[in-house]
Design a protein around this ligand. Structure first.
Ligand SMILES: C[S@@+](CC[C@H](N)C(=O)[O-])C[C@H]1O[C@@H](n2cnc3c(N)ncnc32)[C@H](O)[C@@H]1O
Length: 203
């Protein structure tokens, strides 16, 4: 099994980043407006250029410290070049090999297009990495891209790789209790009805 088969760094160096829509995930923006603000320490794995990181940081203000993590050093350089909106930081690193000091240190994780980007063989590791990053009782807020398939991205040729609600319940259920799930009202154009939001609490 190859841990990180896609050369994400090359994508960022070549500016070949079709997933980057230039703004935070609409489902996150809607959640922060309508539901609640996330406070404390928040981790955003696979944050890319950091639009979600800044959205969370601006919403949480001084009571929030958001760490954006990405495999690609170029993505982290570009994310750092944006004007700071709060106490956000960007770290180049591998979610499957988190630095010791980050383990067990987060109140929240925000998942958006990292789970669908990793190899499907690494999903068990993703669940373990998420559980190990959170404090006991910490929560994972996620928008899962259930169905990313179209003519350009047929099943089996990802990333992105799709998933089902049943698979998520089974995989995450080992370490997390699913407290809420719903279909988001807001999505990027083309993703409407293809995403599922979940709040999962570490057991
Ligand atoms: C499809 S992109 C999404 C980026 C960002 N979430 C967005 O929506 O713009 C997937 C991101 O996950 C990062 N990534 C993939 N595997 C990773 C890993 N093991 N650890 C950290 N980041 C990873 C990639 O470098 C890439 O930036």
């Amino acid at each position: 099994m190859k841990k990180n088969p896609t050369d994400w760094e090359q994508h960022y160096q070549n500016k070949d980043t079709p997933w980057d829509k230039g703004l935070a995930a609409p489902a996150l923006t809607a959640f922060l407006k309508a539901k609640q603000i996330l406070y404390g320490r928040i981790l955003v794995p696979g944050c890319g250029l950091g639009h979600d990181v800044r959205e969370l940081s601006a919403a949480g203000g001084k009571d929030t410290e958001v760490i954006g993590l990405d495999l690609s050093p170029t993505a982290m350089e570009q994310a750092n070049a944006f004007t700071k909106v709060g106490r956000e930081q960007f770290v180049a690193g591998d979610y499957f090999d988190l630095p010791e000091k980050l383990l067990g240190s987060f109140d929240w994780i925000w998942e958006h297009t990292c789970f669908c980007a990793i190899d499907q063989d690494m999903r068990e590791e993703y669940v373990k990495a998420s559980a190990s990053a959170l404090k006991t009782g910490g929560k994972l807020l996620a928008v899962f891209y259930l169905n990313p398939y179209d003519e350009e991205h047929p099943p089996g040729e990802g990333p992105p790789h799709g998933c089902t609600r049943e698979e998520l319940e089974e995989r995450f259920g080992l370490y997390f209790k699913i407290t809420e799930h719903w279909q988001p009202d807001k999505s990027y154009p083309g993703r409407e009805g293809k995403e599922l939001m979940m709040i999962l609490q570490k057991k």
